[in-house]
Write a protein that binds this ligand. Structure first.
Ligand code: ADP
Length: 391
């Protein structure tokens, strides 16, 4: 019987879940609005197991109660079988974890100590793990890290120019979205083996956004650094910032650390620049010039990073767009690639509008691809591999 694996992606107010039997998706969905207006969405082949409805406030009070509310639904799919393993997305693995691991008490404590490095994600990832340990006490619990793929960074791309002791204690340029980049690489390995072994830039553009420079399947650079704040502007995160701005906010403006944290993680990026929305769809539909300026800045930073990454890769074989914006925004892809023929990038406007996989013009020296990412699938593969290894 194929292994039953539940993949959980636990965020601040939501849990996304996918139940796999072997490689087959049996059920997926999410519980959103935790602690506020909880709501469940369920998709499955079984018409009786579809849902799009509010949960009671008791059911949706926390990650734990939400998972408990999901159990009867899972039982219907499992038909008496047990979940063999739960694979968790964990944003930060620090220096120590460069591959998926079975979550023991000791490892859980290590991951908890990393919470300040990813305050928007890590505490919620760990709340999901605690909830799953209660709901599935017999199952193997596996942590899959967004930082792991980047542990191959060369030193110059892993460090900041601070005194050495900071690097030694873990102040490093970790990089995130690793599960997405890893999935894209595995897709290219099958679909475009020539490109997989070449020089790639993958742009994961969603609410969170980062780009990765990849050579021969290994990450050699990322726009994100010590935390998931650096690099590109995001829905609500600032992206690259002169550290002098922080000193100014803290000293001249007298802001508290909590206020600065809120500013940089939740009030900046597209939302802060536009004053309208963090959502790219809303901004592209707006006629407000501030929306246009926010998009201009987003595009500008991506183009700048493409140039920088092409330089560290010593040339370029492909650019891959993924994530909610990368996969869906014709405008963003078009503007990122405009006038980049000097770099070998020529987009075919028709293929771009049609949302094709290969968006490059026939004359383009660099392939331009649009590949939907699937981080859950990557977690499933890792979790099943560990399950096989340990059983
Ligand atoms: P997350 O990082 O939360 O997983 P997603 O990858 O789902 O986010 O990306 C969400 C972003 O994708 C939002 O800014 C949304 O507006 C944008 N997006 C989704 N569809 C489109 C579209 N058709 N055109 C432009 N942007 C889109």
């Amino acid at each position: 019987m194929p292994a039953l694996v539940l993949v959980l992606n636990s965020g601040s107010s939501s849990i996304k879940f996918t139940l796999y039997s072997g490689a087959e998706v049996r059920l997926d969905g999410q519980i959103s609005g935790l602690g506020a207006k909880p709501h469940i969405t369920l998709r499955s082949n079984n018409p009786d197991l579809k849902a799009d409805r509010p949960l009671t406030s008791n059911e949706g009070a926390s990650h734990g109660t939400a998972l408990a509310a999901l159990l009867p639904v899972l039982d219907q799919v499992l038909g008496g079988g047990n979940v063999n393993a739960v694979g968790h997305r964990v944003v930060h693995g620090g220096i120590a974890y460069s591959a998926p691991v079975q979550i023991t008490e000791e490892i859980f404590a290590d991951l908890k100590a990393l919470e300040p490095l990813a305050p928007l994600h890590q505490p919620h990832n760990l709340a999901g793990i605690e909830a799953a340990r209660t709901a599935f006490p017999e199952a193997l619990q596996v942590a899959c890290f967004d930082t792991a793929f980047h542990r191959s960074h060369p030193w110059v791309n892993d460090t900041f120019a601070l005194p050495r002791q900071f690097y030694d204690e873990g102040v490093r340029r970790y990089g995130f979205h690793g599960l997405s980049f890893e999935y894209i690489c595995s897709y290219l390995e099958t679909a475009y083996p020539g490109l997989h072994s070449g020089r790639l830039i993958v742009a994961h553009l969603g609410n969170g956004a980062s780009m990765c420079a990849i050579r021969e399947g290994k990450s050699v650079g990322s726009t994100m650094g010590f935390t998931a704040l650096d690099g590109l502007p995001m829905g609500t995160r600032c992206g690259q910032l002169d550290p002098g701005v922080l000193l100014y906010l803290l000293s001249a403006k007298g802001m508290s650390v909590e206020d600065v944290t809120d500013l940089l993680y939740k009030q900046s990026g597209l939302k802060g620049l536009s004053g309208i929305s963090q959502d790219m769809r809303t901004l592209t539909q707006s006629t407000d010039p501030r929306a246009a300026e926010a998009i201009d800045y987003f595009i500008f930073r991506i183009r700048r990073e493409i140039g920088a990454m092409a330089a560290i890769l010593g040339g370029l074989d492909a650019v891959v767009f993924t994530g909610g914006i990368g996969e869906n925004s014709v405008l963003v892809r078009d503007r990122v690639c405009a006038d980049q023929d000097w770099l070998g990038l020529e987009l075919d406007p028709q293929e771009n509008r049609a949302g094709a996989e290969d968006l490059s013009a026939d004359t383009s020296r660099v392939r331009i691809l649009r590949v939907p990412t699937d981080e859950e699938e990557m977690i499933r593969r890792h979790t099943q591999a560990l399950l096989r290894k340990l059983s």
